[in-house]
Design a protein around this ligand. Structure first.
Ligand code: SOE
Length: 377
């Protein structure tokens, strides 16, 4: 008997709604062993914008009440702003509906803890959409590290640089409000890098023992525009525009992380570099098909194009050298999550792993407030 398609409900229809809707649409063609899915219900508040998005993204139904949507679907994607992550995700899990929630898990450690507990009590997958774990070159890097190719891990260095707020007249948005977002560059961008470091070297370096932190807001109010494009008011920016942090791992390994929304000259420059006792690895999102590898006794980094059919996920797409893009990471992530739902398996990164990230975000903010190193609670 053919299995009924999984009915997917998605809360959020802007940037992340588009990225995940595109991923769902591409699964049947490129991942034919993925479970059949139906883009069933798209959830949002603005009915006109919602109807337009549902039409473009291929959703059969729309709903302005997320609780009603949860009753009608088999899987719930929470792609809303950070302050909307906890309540609907917990409600879905309590109803036995698997959840994929965008990062960071929540604005606060307390909400993230409640989400983690709801996931532990539910017997279904609960995942956090740290999509950069699903880049083939990152998977290849993790395999090299796991195989001991670069020896004992000593340092990891990550930075996520963007420039979209360098203009002081760039408009206010929810990402700039601490009550809605939790933090700024730290939680929006730093969460990715801290999770990626956990994914790459977490097994080798253990947990995070203590951190230092420095957060800065360069522009402390921004315009809110009216329908005619004029300035209706100015609203406070209550989150960081940039952060730096140092991390001391349990193993004695060192981490240094930073992110900025003011880094002119950088659009979406997420880089991570790992130094081991027998070599180093370096990855940059702006060159996401490449991995730079330095092996013991070599004089410099070798640039490897990670597009062979033997490389992670590549055999689903094109022949060697026909490079992938940012959106492919969402296809890989959706494939793994929906396969875990269909097979009753585990999905990583789980809410537990996302909570580990949230603990570091919280510690970095506390370290900044105190001006000293703090332990991760
Ligand atoms: C910020 O602009 C942002 O959209 C992040 O929220 C995403 O997680 C990142 O992948 C791209 O930049």
């Amino acid at each position: 008997m053919t299995q009924q398609p999984l009915k997917i409900g998605v809360l959020g229809y802007r940037f992340m709604g588009k990225a995940h809707a595109n991923a769902l649409a591409r699964l049947p063609m490129f991942f034919p062993d993925a479970p059949a899915v139906e883009r069933h219900t798209l959830v949002g508040r603005d009915e006109a914008a919602l109807a337009d998005a549902a039409e473009r993204f291929g959703f059969a139904h729309t709903e302005t009440d997320w609780a009603a949507a949860i009753e009608d679907v088999d899987v719930f994607y929470n792609l809303g702003p950070n302050h909307v992550h906890a309540e609907p995700s917990i409600a879905a899990l309590e109803a036995g509906v698997p959840v994929l929630c965008e990062k960071p898990l929540a604005p606060t450690l307390e909400e993230a803890d409640a989400m983690r507990e709801a996931a532990a009590a539910a017997d279904v997958p609960a995942g956090c959409a740290f999509n950069y774990r699903f880049v083939p070159a990152i998977r290849h890097a993790r395999n090299l590290i796991t195989d001991g190719e670069i020896g004992e891990i000593r340092q990891v260095r990550g930075r996520y640089l963007q420039d979209w707020l360098a203009d002081p007249d760039a408009p206010w948005a929810w990402r700039m409000d601490a009550d809605l977002a939790g933090s700024g560059a730290l939680g929006d961008l730093g969460a990715h890098t801290i999770d990626l470091a956990n994914f790459l070297v977490g097994d080798a370096v253990g947990g995070v023992d203590r951190v230092s932190g420095h957060l800065r807001t360069f522009v402390d109010e921004r315009p809110v525009h009216d329908d005619e494009g004029g300035v209706e008011e100015y609203r406070d920016v209550t989150v960081d525009d940039a952060y730096t942090a140092q991390v001391a791992y349990d193993s004695g390994a060192m981490g240094s992380f930073e992110a900025s929304r003011f880094a002119t000259g950088h659009k979406n420059d997420h880089t991570i570099e790992v130094h081991g006792s027998a070599g180093s690895l370096k990855f940059s999102l702006e060159r996401l098909n490449e991995l730079e590898i330095l092996r013991e006794d070599s004089r410099g980094y070798e640039t490897v194009l990670v597009t062979d059919e033997s490389d992670p996920y590549v055999d689903h797409w094109w022949p060697p050298g026909h490079v992938l893009g940012w959106e492919h990471t969402f296809v890989h992530e959706n494939y793994e999550f929906l396969s875990a739902v269909a097979d009753g398996g585990e999905f990583s990164p789980s809410f537990d792993e996302a909570y580990r990230v949230q603990r570091v975000l919280d510690a970095v903010e506390r370290a900044d407030e105190r001006g000293e190193w703090v332990a991760v609670e």
